[in-house]
Write a protein that binds this ligand. Structure first.
Ligand code: CA
Ligand code: CA
Length: 310
């Protein structure tokens, strides 16, 4: 088997920007491995040194960007998450500045957790003498380059970015906007596990290898998708970020309602009824510069109206 195109962890940046030189090029339909660093730039390797071992670490380094041949502004980049492989340890660190509980802490503390188990039987951490916790690996930062100014990898926005949505897992399909030629896809900030909200400030931060297959979607099929848009485990999801949770929730719900209208051929009233009956609103994260909310809707309902995801 030919080697799969791999973007190594030397190709990282703290900003998603149209000015970045592509780290690799692939064809529409290509399969690519992204090797990622953890959100601390792989610098926090000991609980004794919670500030880390690098003088100038990149915050939330994202690996890339990948230039997808044929992707043009207005298209949608379909990113199938084929696999997420983690290194054998994760790290969490408290913050005195950010997160819901930051006032609890006067100094930064790091905890390192070995990742146990294997891919086939499931991986877990031993939290303490009482508790083991099964893992559910996800991608925290994944996005394309925005059209205008670059956006740092700590921030989620319409290009994706630091969405910290724990539904971006193996088997998920993420649809991102193509704002610039080639799309310029990057990703990083893997979490071995994270709950909705990410309230402390971090997930179980780790590094690893993500295998994706990318497709370019064009025309009406692309225009219908309210990006960033996600398929995960039988549900489609809108993901929106704003200064407040209220605003992010409104954006995510309205984006999904418009999609349901188009996909099911409904008017505002019936689409609103379906949303009120069947959609779930959830908080992705409350700790990045913008807050992120997702709205989930069952795909099989839309398929009963004849809609199928591209
Ligand atoms: Ca993150
Ligand atoms: Ca993180």
């Amino acid at each position: 088997m030919a080697d799969i195109l791999t973007i190594t962890r030397e190709h990282v940046s703290g900003i998603l920007t149209k000015n970045a030189a592509p780290a690799a090029f692939c064809q529409d339909g290509g399969t690519v491995v992204f090797e990622t660093r953890d959100c601390y730039d792989d610098a926090v390797v000991s609980e004794k040194r919670p500030l880390g071992d690098k003088t100038d670490p990149i915050e939330n380094p994202a690996t890339g960007p990948l230039y997808v041949e044929g992707a043009a502004p207005g298209d949608v980049l379909k990113v199938e998450i084929l696999d997420i492989r983690l290194r054998d340890w994760g790290v969490m660190r408290s913050s005195t500045m950010c997160g819901v509980f930051h006032e609890d802490f006067t100094e930064r503390t790091a905890r390192i957790f070995p990742i146990c188990g294997d891919e086939s039987d499931g991986r877990y951490i031993v939290f303490d003498d009482c508790l083991t916790i099964p893992l559910d690996p996800m991608i925290g930062v994944i996005g394309t380059a925005p059209a205008g100014e670059g956006i740092t990898t700590d921030t989620p926005h319409s290009h994706g970015g630091n969405m910290d949505c724990h539904k971006i897992v193996k088997g998920s399909v993420l649809y991102l906007p193509v704002n610039v030629p080639g799309g310029l896809l990057s990703m990083g900030d893997l979490h071995a596990l994270m709950g909705d909200g990410e309230v402390l400030i971090c997930g179980l931060e780790t590094a690893g290898r993500v295998t994706v297959r990318v497709h370019v979607i064009k025309g009406d099929a692309a225009r219908m998708l309210p990006t960033p848009f996600l398929y995960c485990r039988g549900r489609v999801m809108t993901i929106q970020s704003a200064v407040t949770l209220d605003a992010a929730g409104d954006l995510a719900a309205k984006a999904m309602k418009t999609f349901v209208k188009d996909a099911a051929g409904k008017d505002n009233l019936e689409a609103g009824m379906l949303m009120s009956l069947l959609s779930d609103m959830a908080v992705c994260q409350v700790v990045d510069p913008l807050k992120t909310v997702r709205v989930e809707f069952p795909l099989d309902v839309l398929e009963q109206y004849g809609y199928h995801l591209p």
